[in-house]
Design a protein around this ligand. Structure first.
Ligand SMILES: Nc1ncnc2c1ncn2[C@@H]1O[C@H](COP(=O)(O)OP(=O)(O)OP(=O)(O)O)[C@@H](O)[C@H]1O
Ligand SMILES: [Mg+2]
Length: 314
């Protein structure tokens, strides 16, 4: 017999109340299921929101960390700068006296060849010290910048044309990838050229035996990563556009443990007569005075990219 018929015969007559109760119960169950489903969906959405918020928080924390590092670096460099200026002037005075005496001796004892040779070496070393001191003073001096509206491609070209011949002899090729839509930037041309020289010289040294140096300019829209702390004057409005310069070399790269130190004055991995370790710290300070950003990315054994961002102002 079919189950329905058995039910009809065995179960008592269904009352309206019991049917209503059953229907209510079923409806209640369904409502509960719906509610649970909705709650589950809500939970899922909250979880996604939470994951997103976590990601955003992580990104903000990373930015904050970078900002903190940059501030620390700036403060550290500013402190070193003040000290360096004092020391430089202390050295310059006696150095000028030594130089003066050596020069008069060179004139007075011009027949004494041996002495003249010694005096020549002294003068050479004095010149070396003077060069270091003038670099150091550039690093610490604030007022010597003269900002002029200029086409950055011309500055790059003027430095590249000076070193390109020598680079070619060493098997290094310079590739230019300049944005055709140039916008002028306000720069201290002497300072900026010095920065380019330092970067290109570093790349050249790292590509001993040949390689490719790609120099590019690009106009990018200033994003959230362009933080106010990079502006010396916090009332300055954030620039809409940024001139991004990249110097990409296929050289030796920088070891992970060295990358944090490369902006420190006197940090060098070069032999004594080849480098003083001032190039990058001076360059960093110059770019900072332009309210710009200076960053170095590198992979040991693969190459190095120096990125400079300069604000474009109307
Ligand atoms: N393009 C690069 N490739 C590989 N290493 C680099 C590069 N640029 C910088 N470095 C590393 O960073 C160090 C510091 O560079 P920085 O320009 O400050 O000083 P330096 O080149 O050693 O000496 P100076 O510039 O005073 O002659 C270098 O000694 C080198 O180890
Ligand atoms: Mg250098």
């Amino acid at each position: 017999m079919k189950a329905g018929a058995t039910d009809y015969l065995t179960k008592g007559k269904l009352s309206i109340e019991s049917v209503t109760r059953s229907i209510r119960y079923a409806l209640g169950l369904r409502k509960e299921v719906d509610l649970r489903k909705r709650a589950e969906e809500k939970l899922r959405n909250s979880h996604t929101d939470l994951a997103l918020a976590h990601k955003e928080l992580q990104a903000s924390m990373d930015k904050l960390k970078t900002a903190q590092n940059q501030i620390l670096r700036s403060e550290k460099l500013a402190g070193i700068g003040r000290m360096v200026t004092g020391v430089c002037y202390e050295i310059l005075n006696p150095l000028n006296i030594i130089s003066g005496h050596s020069q008069s001796l060179l004139i007075e004892k011009s027949n004494d060849l041996e002495l003249c040779q010694d005096l020549d070496s002294i003068m050479e070393e004095i010149q070396r010290i003077s060069k270091i001191i003038s670099s150091l003073l550039k690093f610490s001096r604030k007022e010597s910048m003269e900002f002029k509206k200029s086409d950055i491609r011309n500055e790059l070209e003027s430095v590249l044309s000076l070193v390109e011949k020598e680079m070619r002899l060493e098997g290094i090729q310079a590739v230019r990838k300049f944005d055709s839509n140039n916008l002028p930037v306000y720069i201290d041309t002497d300072g900026i050229r010095q920065v380019f020289f330092n970067i290109i010289n570093n790349a050249k040294f790292a590509m001993h035996g040949g390689g490719v140096l790609t120099v590019s300019t690009e106009i990018v829209t200033s994003g959230a990563d362009w933080s106010y702390y990079q502006e010396k004057d916090s009332t300055t409005v954030r620039p809409d556009k940024i001139m991004r310069l990249k110097f990409d070399d296929t050289g030796s790269g920088i070891r992970k443990e060295d990358i944090e130190k490369i902006f420190e004055p006197f940090f060098t991995t070069k032999p004594e007569e080849k480098g003083t370790g001032l190039g990058l710290s001076v360059s960093y300070a110059i770019i900072e005075k332009h309210s710009g950003r200076f960053a170095v990315e590198s992979e040991f054994g693969v190459g190095t990219t120096v990125v400079i961002d300069l604000p474009i102002r109307k």
